[in-house]
Structure formats: structure tokens, C-alpha cells
Design a protein around this ligand. Structure first.
Ligand code: NAI
Ligand code: A1CAB
Length: 270
């Protein structure tokens, strides 16, 4: 089967992760066009062998896109996406923007346009991400299969019919890597404060977070059970967890942080 014709709008952090993933999975570079006005991002994409243009009007009119992937910031989405309205009806639009609702795209492209709202995350850059995808009523099975394949280039894909849950998804898995990176930073800094040399504290924090993450996935165990396996009664971990699980500490903070993130996602709706 021929590769689908793809247009990627915005080739920043997430756009380039998708692009690299597609190329890695064997989609031909000449099936992909990138629209990217930023010079360093455009050069990086060009170096990967794809055609890069500055704006929608420079796309090759002879290559009708099967999918248009919208990977710009939510705040510029409306201005950026409206240029592609002419492709509604044929192409499926796949957005990765936080907050931007299906209704906001239907306003731009018409309700008959096929739209998939998604939320990926940055581990997708190494194929270890997870993306949640939510289709509108115009999305066909063929669109779904195409989008599923494009998103699998970044890792796991889950489909969700209830769009109202996308704000919570964004707060847990979209923003989530930042919480884990903050944990690694905090562990490193606390290790330094406890007297460890910087490079050793950094190595311990990285390997502990990465190893614990791999164990969660590979064992399939409940994280609570894995936590218990580290925690000897009256031991060192129990002493630390007493602090981390006290009132207002880690579980309460994460609940509040995730609520704040979901609230912000709702504010970004347009
Ligand atoms: N960074 C993250 O962890 C995640 C980001 N997202 C979403 O992905 C989207 C992109 O985020 P990032 O890649 O982090 O941002 P970014 O700023 O790295 O990339 C956005 C790119 O869009 C380009 N751009 C601006 N106007 C354009 C236009 N009119 N046409 C084409 N390209 C244009 C910019 O030059 C930039 O390279 C956002 O909507 C964000 O909500 C989703 C999940 C995770
Ligand atoms: O912070 C943001 O708005 C984006 C969406 C999820 C992760 N980064």
C-alpha cells in the first residue's frame, strides 16, 4: 500500500518527535510535507529529508493530504489551522494541542470534517510515550486506522469517546513527564544536600527514576505493591514515606497539581 500523504503543521518539540517516529517506522520522506516558519526547526526537519515550507500556500498542490497533523501551540492554533479548511472532507485533521476542543476545529473546518483530538507526551520522542485520541462523528474506520498508526510512532495509543475527559488526560499524561522530571531533579538536589558529589547524585536520581519506571511497566504490578516491596517495617523507606505521605504532602500536592493542569486545559479551549 502507498504511504499516506501527510502534512505536519508545526515542527517543534512534539512535531519533530512525530516526524522522526514516522520516518523510523518506514513512512517515506517524500510522503511528508512540513509547514514550519521557524528557521532552526525548518532546517532540522529538512535535514531529515522531508519537504519543508514556510506556510500553507507553498504546499505542493499535486499532493492531496490524507492527514493534516496540527502541532502548533494552542494559542496560535486558530490562525495556523484556518489555512487548511479547504482540505476538509478528504483529509483527517489530527490535533495534538492542549485544550483545543473538537468543537473549535468544527468551527474552523465544518462539522463534516474528520477531526481527531489527541494528547501525546514527550517520551514519545523515544517511542515510549502514550497518546490518548478522541474522534469526532465524521471520523471513519479508515481515518482511525491511519491516525492510530501515526500516533503509534510515539508509543502506546488509547482511544477515548468522551472528550470531556481529555482535560484530565492532559493533566495526568500530557503534563505528567514534567512531574517525574521534577521528582528526579528534587532527588538529585536532596542527594547533594545530603553530602553526595553532584555527578553521583545525578546518576542515582536518573537510574532510580528510570529503573522504577521500567519496573512498573515490565512487572505489571500495582505501583502500591511495588512501593510496599521497598518498604521494610521500621526501615529507612518507611521513615521517608511518613514525610511524603503526611497531610498536604505528595499525594495531596499531586491531586491539586493535576486539578490545576486540567483547569488550565479547560481554559485553553477555543
Ligand atoms: N511539549 C509537550 O510536552 C506537549 C505538547 N503538546 C502540544 O503540542 C503542541 C506543540 O507543542 P510543542 O511542540 O511543545 O511546541 P513548540 O513551540 O516546540 O512547537 C510549535 C511549533 O509550531 C511552529 N509554528 C508556529 N506558527 C506556525 C504556523 N502558522 N504554521 C506552522 N508552524 C507554526 C513554531 O515555529 C514551533 O516550531 C502544543 O499545542 C502543545 O499543547 C501536547 C502534548 C505534550
Ligand atoms: O504544558 C502544556 O501546555 C503542554 C500540554 C501538555 C504538556 N505540555
Amino acid at each position: 500500500m502507498a504511504d499516506p500523504n501527510l502534512v505536519l503543521v508545526g515542527c517543534g518539540n512534539m512535531g519533530v518527535a512525530l516526524l522522526r517516529g514516522w520516518l523510523h517506522r518506514g513512512i517515506a520522506a517524500d510522503a511528508i510535507q512540513v509547514v514550519e516558519p521557524g528557521e532552526p526547526q525548518a532546517t532540522r526537519a529538512r535535514d531529515l529529508g522531508v519537504r519543508v515550507v514556510e506556510s500553507a500556500d507553498a504546499l505542493d498542490p499535486g499532493r492531496a493530504p490524507d492527514a493534516i497533523v496540527l502541532a502548533v501551540k494552542p494559542q496560535v492554533m486558530e490562525a495556523a489551522a484556518s489555512a487548511y479548511a479547504g482540505h476538509a472532507g478528504r483529509a483527517v485533521f489530527l490535533s495534538i494541542a492542549a485544550g483545543r476542543t473538537i468543537a473549535s476545529f468544527e468551527k474552523l473546518f465544518g462539522a463534516a470534517a474528520a477531526i481527531v483530538r489527541t494528547m501525546p507526551n514527550t517520551p514519545g520522542a523515544i517511542g515510549r510515550g502514550i497518546t490518548v485520541a478522541c474522534p469526532n462523528a465524521a471520523v471513519t474506520d479508515a481515518h482511525r486506522i491511519l491516525c492510530d498508526g501515526l500516533l503509534q510512532a510515539m508509543g502506546e495509543v488509547a482511544w477515548l469517546e468522551d472528550e470531556a475527559l481529555m482535560d484530565a488526560v492532559t493533566a495526568v499524561s500530557g503534563s505528567g513527564p514534567a512531574y517525574v522530571f521534577l521528582l528526579a531533579e528534587s532527588m538529585r538536589d536532596a542527594g547533594i544536600a545530603a553530602g553526595l558529589p553532584e555527578d553521583l547524585a545525578d546518576r542515582l536520581a536518573r537510574h532510580t527514576v528510570a529503573g522504577a519506571g521500567a519496573l512498573i511497566l515490565e512487572s505489571g504490578e500495582d505501583p502500591a505493591r511495588l512501593r510496599e516491596q521497598v518498604t521494610s517495617p521500621g526501615g529507612t523507606t518507611a521513615a521517608a514515606l511518613e514525610v511524603l505521605r503526611s497531610e498536604g504532602a505528595m499525594p495531596d500536592l499531586l491531586r491539586d497539581a493535576i486539578a490545576a493542569s486540567a483547569r488550565r486545559s479547560r481554559e485553553l479551549a477555543g
